[in-house]
Design a protein around this ligand. Sequence first.
Ligand code: GP9
Ligand code: MN
Length: 634
Amino acid sequence: MFTNNKYFTKEKLNKWAVYAIVIAIFWMKMYFIQGSIFTLGVENANEAAILAFNPLSSIFLLFGLGILLAGRKGLLVTYIIGSILLYVNVLFYREYNDFITVPMLGQVANLAGLGGSITNILSVADILLFVDVFAAIFLLFYLKSSRFPRFMPKRREGAIMAVIAIPLFLVNLAWAETERTDLLERAFDRNMLVKYIGVINYHVYDVVLQGQTEMKKTFADSNELVPALNYLNEKKTEPNSEMTGVAEGKNVILLSLESTQTFVVDNEVNGEELTPYFNDLKEEGAYFSNFYHQVKQGRTSDSEFILDNSMYGLNRGAAFFTHSSNEYEATPEILGENGYTTSNMHANDKTFWNRNVMYDSLGYDEFYGKQDYDVTEEKSYGWGYLDEYFFEESLDKMEEMEQPFYNKMITLTNHHPFTLPEDKKYIDEGDTSSGTLNRFFQTIRYQDEALKQFVEEFKQSDLYDDTVLVIYGDHFGISENHQEAMGEYLDKDINDYEQFQLQRVPLLMIGEGIEPQESDTVGGQIDLRPTLMNMLGVEDDNPIQFGHDLFSEDRREMMITRDGDFANEDYVGVKDACYDRETGEEVDSEACEPLFAEAEEELQMSDSIVYGDLLRYLDETELIEEEESDQDEE
Ligand code: GP9
Ligand code: MN
């Protein structure tokens, strides 16, 4: 067709037909990516139709703006940019099962370190996603030629297209609202957002959101803290008084187990226990079997944020990056005021996840990073320093530390892509359809062996009698991408309820005064701070905490995830559906409605504090309250 350019010159080319073809091709591509590469959970024909329709408004907007700004070239350039944007989303989605947010762009270097090998997420067939782009590039140069004069988009036409995008989007939105009301206000779940408005509109929305959150800090004032103070005051539950001070003056070791989920506990593969040591160890302390991680895009760093603040991490980006200059009154700060030495140990680069900066803000005295360990090639694999050596050196360091101390150790080996040197593979791989899950079994088993060596040595050390050891999982290791394989392994269908329950991570506390027990109270990482502070008998006067002592008899059993889903004593609420927590049976969604509302309110409350940097007003606000009560007395 290109050789016979008479076709273009002699025939009157219908410009709008070319537009239609270009739009149709991009539409098909986007439809394919959204429908076949992303797993957005399309539940009915209406949703499928929305998903098919939603690329249209963004295409009109994109190409319209392109033409408006630069005519023919503008169209082609936006075609190429749009295609690259889609592909970046494909790669990101394959790795993280999520969509990029603006704040994550600020941590690109970090993200590059996070992924497994890039070859895992590239696929030869992806070239097909660029066939049209090559054609577009070719045309970009070809169309320069004066032999092809007829297809000359006018800027006015671009403006028309961009304007048409608006009603198209409004139709899209109204249609989406037939499935989910207040879609844009309740946009916790990016998968859902993309399902309903499409990935390009999602990015536009995310940029708007970014602007809004930046404004929040600028315009925040101390009054904004009051609703949170009132809310938390209302929800407050008394900690278990029998546990108050059981660990007074003791050291605390927090041991964050990388990617460790509760399903591995007391479970096996090929007849071999996955965590033989932990299975026995948990009989020696307080073990929590309904304890959930609550992290989002910030992964391990989110768990650390939640733990030390008893506030929620953010839905977009990692607070460790985006809000490291905020004012906090975190556990290390409070403990520091009570005579504790506070530190973190993690044999990775100190700048990773911006830890060096954030740890200062949280009030840590010391951070032992990679350069503080004897990291050699022989002792490293995959992500770096193998856990067994990390543990060994960390114990030495702790023995030298000024007491009492509060120290967090973060392991590394059981991290995606879950690889190990041959001689560290203590069990065979699994035989599910997911290589990731199959290898995960081996790295979990390795971690358990390293844990054994650590705890056994710790028990022999002088530290043992004066220390509370808190072992917990930071977050999931096996993402939704491996649901099918998880189903094969657990021999059940992994629906939304099961997937939710897989977000449980182990929590075990060992130390004098902690009675061996298995607790099935529903809780999450947000509850750790108040639990610990009560055990240490430390007066923690920061009223902005969303957690509740895990030992408390009358605690509010309500664990809220960053997606606005929740588990309480009776129900699990996931994606607007309601399940009986124990049986997993779906029940009338009405039962969960007030709980979803509570989850949303609480997340918003926490966000308002982080986005507004409101803890900087804490002293001021407390002062006002005190003054008021003084006046009341007079
Ligand atoms: C690496 C550790 C693990 O430093 O934080 O990273 P993550 O689990 O957050 O991907
Ligand atoms: Mn982690």
